[in-house]
Design a protein around this ligand. Structure first.
Ligand code: ZN
Length: 166
């Protein structure tokens, strides 16, 4: 959904553009019984820097160009804590059991309409990729410096925090 949406998802009437709370937003033209406003709020997403005893696991998604390896991401289930989502996604996507999930930081990712909650996850087990992924590689922390991937800013933040702790 975005600002090109034409009809109210609630009642099917036309949507009109209005200034509400300082921004241009879509509002349902049926003012009597609906009052729907499309707030266009970002969707929360968890992103995981998964580390095993061998190193950090980067995966290749089937939908991304060849050679692009990234940290894994996922959506939260209703009622689930972000930490639990980070652990569940690590299990679902990589087949790894998490022993901890520590918050790295929060990152607005407006191009995708998301707010990224990123976690450093310590995990173990044997890697089994789910159907979204078709390849992975293990890298060491120092190899991640300047690494080109989809969610580089979170990795960079995490590396910065590690160097602060040293
Ligand atoms: Zn409506």
């Amino acid at each position: 959904m975005n600002l090109t949406m034409k009809f109210c998802p609630n009642c099917g009437e036309k949507l009109t553009k209005e200034n509400i709370d300082g921004r241009r937003r879509l509002r349902c033209s049926n003012n009597n019984s609906c009052n729907y406003i499309f707030w266009n709020n970002p969707t929360p997403v968890v992103a995981m820097v998964v580390e095993t005893k061998d190193g950090i696991v980067l995966a290749h998604n089937k939908r991304t160009p060849a050679g692009i390896f990234s940290i894994i991401t996922g959506f939260l289930e209703m009622g689930e804590s972000p930490e639990d989502a980070a652990k569940r996604e690590t299990l679902e996507e990589l087949g790894l059991q998490s022993t901890s999930a520590t918050l790295i930081g929060l990152f607005p990712f407006s191009r995708a309409g998301q707010i990224i909650m990123s976690y450093h996850v310590l995990a173990n087990g044997e890697i089994v990729l789910n159907e979204e992924l078709d390849d992975y590689k293990i890298v060491q922390r120092e190899e991640l410096l300047g690494y080109e991937n989809n969610l580089r800013f979170e990795v960079q933040e995490w590396l910065n925090k590690l160097s602060v702790l040293k």
